[in-house]
Write a protein that binds this ligand. Structure first.
Ligand code: NIG
Ligand code: FE
Length: 413
């Protein structure tokens, strides 16, 4: 099945060759005006200017779709989510309005532990159905690939249940999914005074099953004061690496935790959050291949200082942006909001935010050969906008739904 899309006003992030973007390159968003795009078997087959179309001719088995002035972008890649969870936590939202901090809510048994109790009470099927609905909502909002973490089980059964749900989502999903094992998200109450006991459970009881059943692509740890120390993080990541899981860790959200340097030393694919950064952490990240994934909606929801995106970019760090969709600190997986907030609150240029949410985000979840740019051979997972005056209008008009329709594997949804 061949499809030719004609009359594209702007085709965004067109790249014959691509690589991870850092520094000034992040602001370069190659765009083709008045373009066509050919799709074959769900993949991008060709593109070019509308003027060149007559020379190419058209095969008789090719369908034509008139984009009628839409801007077309590669779908968002959301490289950090906690999409599988049991219940929303708006009572904590009220606690926060009343003045409690994230750490205080966690300390009184709320937060992650609260989500774990709820999750352990649900069946695999119930969790799957809830997550599936969320996934469909995000696809309609332009997400074309997603990473999903465990971490609300915190027991052997609970963590494996979450990972099996993610595996089933992978099998049924029209978009690529990557799975991260985040057993080290918080210490269960009965291991509060016995950290090594829980770490032993992770390493001896969870990881072997995960490896055997191929339940995860990455290993994640919440490296944070009051959660997992740097030494604990390294121990857990090394055990994950021994069974083939690359680290992709939560670092420097609430404090300068040393998590960034630990992630870099371990060769993590990404270190995520980065609300709290100092010069040493920025320099370590800039000198590495590890991607810094910024989660501005989590900073927004928790009323924290935003990630220092400008400093990171100017220092030469490779950065991506993601939603952190979860019931506690970012109850939204809307990547359009993430892109807007990155510009409004972190002073990223629209071009930088779009690159960080597409190509660099694809790298941050290991799907750069499938997604992240308009490149021949990549998946035709695309966003078609309503008519917009410029690409900058997307993050600027932060409250408007500017998506006309989305395409996944060459098919409109
Ligand atoms: O990425 N920081 C740790 N984990 C999540 C929040 C989890 C929760 O509060 O349920 C995050 O923000
Ligand atoms: Fe997270």
């Amino acid at each position: 099945m061949k499809l030719r899309i004609i009359n594209i006003n702007r085709l965004v992030n067109v790249r014959e060759e691509y690589g991870l973007l850092r520094g000034a390159a992040l602001a370069e968003l190659p765009t083709m005006e008045h373009a066509f795009l050919d799709i074959e078997n769900g993949l991008i087959a060709d593109y070019g200017s509308m003027e060149s179309i007559n020379e190419l001719g058209i095969a008789s088995d090719t369908a034509i779709y008139d984009a009628a002035g839409s801007t077309v972008l590669p779908s968002w890649c959301d490289s950090h989510t906690h999409l599988v969870f049991a219940e929303s936590r708006e009572s904590e939202f009220i606690d926060k309005i009343m003045g409690l901090s994230y750490a205080e809510i966690a300390a009184k048994g709320g937060g992650i532990l609260n989500s774990a109790i709820k999750l352990n009470a649900l069946s695999e099927t119930e969790l799957y159905n809830l997550a599936w609905e969320r996934l469909l909502e995000l696809i309609a909002l332009g997400t074309g690939a997603i990473e999903i973490k465990s971490g609300y089980g915190l027991t052997v059964e609970g963590e494996l249940k979450m990972l099996r749900v993610i595996k089933k989502l992978k099998e049924a999903s029209p978009i690529p999914i990557k799975s991260s094992f985040l057993g080290a998200h918080a210490y269960p109450l009965h291991f509060k005074e016995n950290h090594q006991g829980y770490i032993d459970q992770i390493i001896q009881e969870m990881l072997p099953v995960i490896a055997k059943e191929k339940l995860a692509d990455y290993i994640d740890v919440f490296c944070e004061e009051g959660f997992f120390s740097v030494d604990e993080t390294i121990q857990i990541c090394k055990a994950g690496m021994a069974v083939g899981l690359q680290p992709k860790i939560h670092a420097n959200q609430l404090n300068v935790s040393g998590g960034v340097e630990a992630g870099v030393a371990l060769g993590a694919l990404s270190v995520d959050h980065l609300e709290s950064m100092n010069t040493a952490a920025i320099e370590a990240l800039a000198a590495s291949k590890t991607i810094g994934t910024l989660l501005p909606t989590a900073a927004y929801f928790l009323r924290m200082a935003f990630q220092p995106a400008r400093q990171l970019i100017d220092a030469g760090c490779a950065i991506a942006i993601a939603s952190d969709f979860n019931p506690g600190s970012s109850p939204s997986g809307n990547m359009n909001t993430v892109v807007s907030m990155s510009c409004i609150q972190m002073k990223m240029l629209p071009e930088e935010a779009i690159n960080a949410a597409t190509l660099n985000a694809a790298y941050a979840m290991g799907v750069e050969d499938l997604l992240g740019s308009i490149t021949r051979g990549k998946l035709a997972n695309l966003i078609f906008t309503k008519p917009i005056p410029s690409v900058s209008y997307l993050p600027y008009a932060f409250g408007s739904n500017l998506i006309k329709n989305v395409m996944v594997n060459g098919v409109f949804r």
